[in-house]
Ligand binder design. Structure first.
Ligand SMILES: *Cc1c(COP(=O)(O)O)cnc(C)c1O
Length: 351
C-alpha cells in the first residue's frame, strides 16, 4: 500500500513539486479487541488502531513523512528533534531515506532501548542531555532557528497534518466515525491531529458525526489534567513523560469541541492495560500506548459514559511493544534451560 501522502494527497499540503519521502507508512490495522468489548459490555465494540505496525513502529511516521518531504521541498541542511524516543527513530529513518543529516536530542537514560537503537542504526547524531524532554525541546527549537536546520518536532505544522491521516483511515475502515476515541497524551500533537482529521472529514461530509476524544495522561506527567506544567514529570511510560506539552491548546480544543475528557491514569493502571493487551488480545504495544486502554478501563470502572450501547470505541496503540524490551521482561522470570530430552520437556510442561 502507498504511504499517506499518495493516499490522501488532496487533503494534505503538498503539490506536484513536493518530493515524497516515504516508507509506505500508514494503513495500520484496526483490530477488534473482543475481550475488552466484553468487559465494557452493552454490545459496544472496542477496536485498537495498532500504530506500532508503521515502518519505524510508531505513529510518528505519519507526521515524519510529510515533515521531511516538505523539508526537502525547501532548502534543507538537515533535520533536528527533541524526543522521548519515537520521534527520533522516525526522524532518523526518514532523514536516512532523504539522505540528509539528522540530529536527535534525548533525555539521557530515559529512552527505551529499541528506540535508541533505531536512531543509531539509521545514522542519526544522537545527543543525550542531562535533562528531560521539555528541556531538550527548548534547546532544539533554538538551535534549529539559529543554524537553519529543520525542526521536525510537532511544532512543525506538517507533523500534525500528516498525523491527522489516522482519523481518515479509521473512518475509511469503519465506514463511519467511531463514537469515542481514546489516545495517550504526551506532547499532545497526536490528539490534536486526530481531532483535526475527524473535523476535516466531517466538514467534507465523508462522515456525519465526530467521536468524543478522550485523552489519557500518565498520573506523574499530567499537566493538562492539573492545568499547569509539571516540572519533573515521572512515569514508566517514557513516551509520554512530558511536563509542558507543545500542543496543549490543541488537546484542550479537541476535548472541549468533541465533548470528551482528559484524565490521568496511574503507572499500575497502564501496566495492567499493557499486560491485558498482550496476554488477552494478542497485541503487544509499548507502555505509553496502553494508557489509552487504561483510560477506557478506568472510565468503565468509574461507571462513566463511554459511548451509547452498540457503539464503537477506538483506542490508539501508538507504538510497538518491542520498542521497550526491558519493560516487557522486567518482573518476568526467564525460564531456565532444560536438558534436550523428551522426558525433561514433558516434566517442565507439567504433562
Ligand atoms: C509520541 C508518543 C506518544 C505521545 O504522542 P503526543 O503526540 O506527544 O501526545 C504516545 N505514545 C507513543 C508510543 C509515542 O511515541
Amino acid at each position: 500500500m502507498a504511504g499517506i501522502i499518495e493516499r490522501y494527497r488532496s487533503r494534505l499540503p503538498v503539490t506536484d513539486d513536493t518530493p515524497v519521502i516515504t516508507l509506505n507508512e500508514g494503513s495500520t490495522p484496526l483490530i477488534p479487541a473482543p475481550v475488552l468489548s466484553r468487559i465494557i459490555g452493552g454490545d459496544r465494540k472496542v477496536f485498537v488502531k495498532f500504530e506500532g505496525l508503521n515502518p519505524t513502529c510508531s505513529f510518528k511516521d505519519r507526521g515524519m513523512t510529510l515533515a521531511v518531504s516538505k523539508a526537502m521541498e525547501s532548502e534543507c541542511r538537515g533535520v533536528i528533534c527533541a524526543s522521548t524516543g519515537n520521534t527520533s527513530a522516525a526522524a532518523a529513518a526518514y532523514a536516512a531515506r532523504a539522505e540528509v543529516p539528522c540530529y536527535v536530542v534525548l533525555p539521557a537514560g530515559k529512552v527505551a532501548a529499541g528506540k535508541l537503537a533505531q536512531a543509531l542504526v539509521h545514522g542519526a547524531t544522537v545527543l543525550p542531555i542531562e535533562g528531560n524532554f521539555d528541556q531538550a525541546l527548548q534547546l532544539v527549537v533554538e538551535i534549529a532557528e539559529k543554524e537553519g536546520i529543520t525542526l521536525v518536532n510537532s511544532l512543525n505544522p506538517y507533523r500534525i497534518e500528516g498525523q491527522k491521516t489516522v482519523a481518515f483511515e479509521i473512518a475509511d475502515t469503519l465506514g463511519c466515525a467511531p463514537d469515542s476515541h481514546f489516545l495517550p497524551v504526551g506532547n499532545a500533537g497526536n490528539i490534536t491531529a486526530a481531532w483535526r482529521g475527524y473535523r476535516q472529514y466531517h466538514e467534507e461530509q465523508v462522515i456525519d458525526s465526530t467521536p468524543r476524544m478522550y485523552g489519557c495522561q500518565a498520573a506523574g506527567a499530567a499537566p493538562i489534567v492539573h492545568g499547569k506544567p509539571i516540572e519533573n514529570p515521572e512515569t514508566i511510560a517514557t513516551a509520554i513523560r512530558i511536563g509542558n506539552p507543545a500542543s496543549w491548546k490543541g488537546a484542550v480544543e479537541a476535548i472541549e469541541q468533541s465533548e470528551g475528557e482528559i484524565s490521568a491514569v496511574s503507572d499500575s493502571q497502564i501496566l495492567e492495560a499493557y499486560a491485558h493487551l498482550a496476554s488477552k488480545e494478542g497485541v503487544f504495544c509499548e507502555p505509553a500506548s496502553a494508557a489509552s486502554v487504561a483510560g477506557l478501563l478506568a472510565r468503565h470502572r468509574e461507571g462513566k459514559e463511554i459511548c451509547p450501547e452498540g457503539g464503537i470505541v477506538v483506542c490508539s496503540l501508538t507504538g510497538h511493544g518491542l520498542k521497550d524490551p526491558d519493560r516487557a521482561i522486567d518482573g518476568l522470570d526467564i525460564p531456565e534451560a532444560v536438558p534436550a530430552d523428551l522426558d525433561a520437556l514433558r516434566k517442565r510442561m507439567g504433562l
